[in-house]
Design a binder for this molecule. Structure first.
Ligand code: SF4
Length: 343
């Protein structure tokens, strides 16, 4: 529960606001929390504490496996007592901090053709606690602070918005995990109505829009969502997002050799997003099935030259953890490579 839900739930007991905040903060404090720890929280009236202990539940995920890749990325495999296995990735940043890539669903219904999670199909939405606990488990074992979270693991976060946004509120609350809202991102394949709702509700977290091709027919070949939410509608939603937030919209572009790296692809991007402030992140595809390959150095260099027509910042984003199948689009519960690590 987010803090405002604690406040609503306890309102009939008229607790002092500071007592509710202290209980909430204890749940997310360092160290594996348990309900009994709430007994030690000072300045909380006994009736409030007893009420919470009698009705509260604090489930936790089991860590089935941790696997470290040579580049320092660590993939966690979790088992939930509510059923289902899913993964999260600890991403090292500048040898100083970590970002955690969390899953929002078990599997994914959107079936992007280049994505191992999509090939699993959809099982269920994760609950808020299952997302927050991915970060808590990883933070508890980390030797550096966790300063960012990306909802870019298994699943489409905007198809599970209530639970995801509640998790983001807890992660960013100063009495929660105190991760800056600006350092929390949700990556969407383009669920257009949910993007409009998100913008209207004014959430502070960043959205990342997965484009992969600005040629609708081509996009539709690898992203079935194109049939439900056409590219033109996605461009409209990106325009609105950038205008309302007065910031560059970040687009993610999965690079696939011989497919979306030609001049026509760069020109289509430029045409579609003319007049919209954007930033383009290039991510090389990682497909363990071998059906899709990343472009070679020459193909990539040529495409980057072509992208000058975009007149927008373009960056190549490192998608790490390939050796252990922790890179973007490869989370599917597969145990392979790297070094197994103990807690
Ligand atoms: S890329 Fe994202 S939206 Fe597409 S199938 Fe994979 S997890 Fe789902």
């Amino acid at each position: 529960m987010a803090l405002e839900e604690w406040i609503r739930a306890l309102a009939p007991l008229s607790p002092p606001p500071v007592a509710v905040r202290k209980l909430f903060a204890r749940v997310f404090a360092y160290g594996a929390p348990d309900l009994a720890a709430l007994r030690q929280v000072a300045q909380v009236p006994r009736a409030i504490r007893d009420h919470v202990l009698a009705r509260g539940e604090l489930p936790s995920l089991e860590v089935l496996e941790r696997r470290r890749a040579p580049d320092g990325f660590v993939k966690y495999l979790f088992q939930s007592p509510a059923g289902g296995r899913f993964e999260a990735v600890r991403i090292p940043l500048f040898d100083r901090k970590y970002v955690v890539c969390v899953s929002s669903q078990v599997g994914c219904a959107l079936a992007c053709d280049f994505c191992s999670t999509g090939r699993l199909g959809f099982d269920r939405n994760l609950r808020t606690w299952e997302m927050v606990d991915q970060v808590l488990r990883i933070r508890a074992e980390a030797d550096r602070p966790v300063t960012g979270v990306v909802f870019m693991g298994m699943g489409e976060p905007l198809l599970n918005p209530v639970e995801v946004l509640r998790a983001a509120r807890i992660l960013s609350h100063p009495a929660g995990l105190a991760i800056s809202a600006r350092a929390i991102s949700l990556s969407t394949a383009g669920v257009v109505p949910a993007i409009h709702r998100y913008v209207a509700e004014g959430h502070p977290y960043r959205l990342i829009f997965s484009v992969t091709s600005a040629i609708p027919e081509k996009r539709g070949r690898v992203m079935p969502i194109e049939a439900t939410h056409p590219f033109a509608d996605l461009v409209g939603a990106v325009r609105e997002y950038a205008a309302v937030r007065r910031e560059r919209a970040m687009l993610a572009y999965v690079l696939i050799a011989g497919f979306n790296t030609g001049r026509e692809d760069a020109e289509a991007l430029a045409r579609a997003f003319r007049g919209i402030p954007i930033k383009l992140d290039l991510i090389e595809v990682t497909d363990p099935s071998g059906r899709y390959r990343p472009p070679g150095a020459d193909e990539l260099a040529r495409f980057r030259d072509e992208l000058q027509v975009l007149q927008a910042p373009v960056a190549r984003r490192y998608s790490g953890g390939k050796d252990i199948l922790a890179a973007c689009g490869t989370l599917a519960g597969t145990a392979v490579g790297g070094e197994l690590i103990q807690a």
